[in-house]
Design a protein around this ligand. Structure first.
Ligand code: ISE
Length: 336
């Protein structure tokens, strides 16, 4: 295949950054069409990039002559367009989460099983971050012994999307739920969510920070802080306590500035800058694998497994109890 022709559904902020990176930075693919419920805005984006605009994702998938689809709509509509791509036999990249519920994710898994091949990749971009990949290699080789504990933090200066107490797990820490399962190479056994003393800066009715506590099937214990109204910066941490060493996720390299009797390094204001390299690697590898007729990244099953754990964590938060994380049997299609 010469150049992968892509159709993108959902021309919101993340969708536009993906068009920009694919059409102006990466190799081997072009977004040639887009669709969005907001027809006027979709046309503006299409004109900006010189691509075709369609009224619906389904029409674009049917008529635009695309080889693959990217879904960047709001979460509630992911299932609709992922299903449309599967039914048309197209490879599809869906931004996280695959769908807001484990049941919807399972319907997508069943559609893939019926299609007889994997077509879906989910946008858990942290697996492509160089720092997380170094952690994965160090853990997988057991160079430092067994991983025992993980201490993580997911801190936002503020959140713009509609946000409630469930969002900390279902919108933010869903990244940790996926990347830590990938890092450790195993599924979760229990989930728990506890509240900290809330910041005065928390939105009305929101408990912020929250702590999610997970255990894995082998007994590794994980705590993840979610602090989404810290008002300062975007800060992602992952410390892995192993039998023979402590491993820490590298901080992004920025110059040290010594000025006005202060020494410091710039940090990220929000998530759109912290993981730019991860997004670029993620999409270049997706383009390459799709052209080769493969899905190498997070699968529809990974998307399902994530939502199973997120649902258990949400139930744990609502009931202030420890909840089991119970998965269906993984189909052979997803066994590597
Ligand atoms: C946002 O939706 C994302 O997906 C970011 O990666 C995450 O860090 C942020 O907390 C979410 O709100």
């Amino acid at each position: 295949m010469s150049e992968l022709k892509i159709g993108l559904v959902g021309t919101g902020a993340i969708g536009r950054t993906h068009i920009e990176r694919i059409n102006n930075k990466l190799a081997g693919a072009k977004v040639i069409a887009c669709a969005d419920v907001n027809a006027d805005f979709c046309k503006k984006v299409a004109d900006q990039y010189g691509i075709a605009a369609y009224a619906t994702g389904e029409e674009m998938i049917e008529k635009a002559g695309v080889d693959a689809v990217i879904v960047t709509t709001s979460d509630a509509y992911h299932e609709q367009y992922v299903m449309a791509a599967i039914q048309a036999g197209k490879y599809v990249f869906c931004e996280k989460p695959l769908a807001p519920s484990a049941e919807a994710c399972k319907r997508i898994v069943e559609a893939e099983l019926a299609a007889g091949k994997q077509l879906v990749q989910v946008g858990f971009m942290r697996r492509y971050d160089p720092g997380y990949r170094q952690l994965k290699e160090a853990i997988q080789t057991r160079k430092y012994g067994e991983p025992l504990l993980l201490h993580c933090a997911h801190r936002n200066a503020s959140v713009t999307e509609p946000w409630d107490n469930a969002s900390a797990v279902e919108n933010s820490m869903v990244h940790e739920i996926d990347v830590l399962r990938w890092l450790l190479g195993e599924d979760y056994a229990t989930a728990e969510v506890r509240y900290g003393k809330s910041t005065r800066k928390a939105k009305e009715g929101l408990h912020d920070p929250q702590i999610m506590i997970l255990t894995t099937k082998s007994g590794v214990r994980i705590d993840v802080e979610s602090f989404v109204c810290n008002g300062q910066c975007y800060d992602i941490r992952c410390e892995v306590v192993c039998e023979d060493a402590i491993l820490n996720l590298p901080k992004p390299a920025t110059i040290e500035v010594l000025a006005d009797t202060v020494r410091g390094n710039a940090v990220d204001a929000d998530w759109t800058t912290r993981f730019v390299e991860a997004y670029n690697v993620e999409f270049q590898e997706w383009i390459n694998a799709t052209k080769a007729g493969r899905v190498d990244g997070p699968s529809a099953w990974d998307g399902y497994a994530c939502q199973v754990a997120a649902a258990a964590a949400s139930k744990a938060r609502e009931t202030q109890t420890i909840q089991p994380v119970t998965y269906d049997e993984m189909p052979a299609l997803y066994k590597k």
